[in-house]
Design a protein around this ligand. Sequence first.
Ligand code: ADP
Ligand code: MG
Length: 625
Amino acid sequence: MEHDEGIVHVLDEQVASQIAAGEVVERPASVVKELIENALDAGAKRITIDIAGGGRELVRVSDDGCGMSPRDAEMCLRRHATSKIRTIKDLDNISTFGFRGEALASIASVSRLELRTRRPQDEFGFVVRAVGGEGVEAAQCAMAPGTQVEARDLFFNTPARLKFLKSAIAEHAAITDCVERLALCRPDVSFRLNNNQRERLDFPRASSLLERIRQVFGDKFANELVSFKFAAERLLVRGFASRPTLSFASSRMMFVFVNGRPVRDKLLSRAVVQAYAGLLPRDRFPAVALFVDLPAHEVDVNVHPMKLEVRFRYPGAIFEASYRALRDALAGQEAATDGDDLDVTHLGPLVCSAETEVRGSASDKAEGTSSGAQLLSAPPSQPGLRLVVDRSPGQVSAPQRASVSSSYAFSPALLNMPNRTEAIDQPSVPTSFSFAELRLLGQLLASYIVLEGHDGLLLVDQHAAHERITYEKLRAEFKSGGIKIQPRLVPYPLEVSGELALEVTSAVSAFRTLGFDLEAFGGRTVVLRGSPALFGPEEGVRLFRDLLDSVGSDGFAVDNLAACEAKLKLLACHGSIRAGKTLSQEEMAALLRELDQTPFNTNCPHGRPVFVRFGLNQIERLFRR
Ligand code: ADP
Ligand code: MG
């Protein structure tokens, strides 16, 4: 096929829109998301979503927001029609959900769309209709102030896209998820979702985030959450996180919001998962609602067509603040409710709080002096905002910390430097709940310590408890230069197999940081000169043998976090009181006292619970009272 005049041509508007729509409108839930975001941007306080056929047959979003003039109603269906930005510079200060002017045009191009809108000051409303993006009608109509956008027969003109849609049930689930996410970031707005005319979700306006969480996930769930907060001059990290007693098989319950925008962010997900390291069993995930607010120019929201991803200017600082805020809250945790709540109305809608931050830091911006470290620096007193400073600023403001975690992973080299072992440096906030103060009832089956709790019965797993205590002690020593060694009065010779001897010989210094002082003569005999002071000399020999038995493919190296933790866990596990050991009253009391002094005392290092409680309710139910 030859054309003299050439073969390159510009696509007509409709084809271009349909192609562009592919990026924004992936499935019915994306329509719901865009329309709700528009309603929120329009200042709506009440949003109703109606869907049919999993959203493919119908998505209708009605709001009581500011509405549009007839002219704007016709304009807004065009591609790149937006009221939210004018110049590219405005992108630095986005405080609305939308700004690309693509959503309505995209939705219109792949559906039969009807938009009705009325501003409060207008007498009539205005309705525009389009089919596959082609305007077919525009007329006056009667309606209450606000906007209602209805998209029917999604993908009717793009059969290829239609094929990829999942079942109506799956699409309904995705829509539910989307409404819940947006409802979580705006507790001050009421949301209602009806599917095939049956009410499915109903979240009345809430006065706090916790109240909204209750509406979305129920009381039982909300009671298992603790709040966390880290506030610096220009960075606010806050939210709710599940106690280690609650966990999920997937990360579905991890909600992350940046400047009030629901996002999927690998960095922040990682901060969450890492904050729970050692608190949850393997392959289990927490429930977390994490809100990060920072000046709009510190984050790029224009990196994803659906605006699901963001890019931070100082990822390290954000990671650090989120990880620490969570870790601190979890360290001070026990299973009682503290009734703490975040007063969102006080901070105003989250989108607005970002604006506040921007205004507050306008002078810094002009000088271009912001840095990751400054993001973390303490706020000046701002009585109007009532931000809580949970920690002394010196603890996190060191710039090198920010850069350490900006690589997103802990650097193995850190572990070799005794005074900079960040990776295993964790805060030790004493628990508000004291085991030792509870009445000690005795020992059960030589394995569990029985206590009278504030509200029933408490069983403490003696091995899990001691394991956590031992682990934390070992870790504290390890991070301050190496585990303390108790020299043996009589050096202890051990025979090891040929290959192992070689491994051991080359790892003498690694063993020393783990508390074992060895002399290797090159042959098969290794002489143990000292073992961790935390354990007795006989136990030291046994633990050394256990370490030798556990040698993996990477030998005895302790040059990365995982390897170190594995070895400390092994020592803690093998060196702790076992189940089946009868304990005296004094021994139990001493164990409980130590447990009180230990961070992360709700779970053993492998993530199993240290204690379980049987509440009065539960006991009474068993007795059918
Ligand atoms: P964007 O949200 O990126 O600006 P959209 O295509 O979603 O682009 O919307 C285009 C414009 O239409 C918006 O900028 C806004 O001015 C107007 N608009 C859309 N939905 C509503 C609504 N529910 N209420 C009032 N105005 C709306
Ligand atoms: Mg929009």
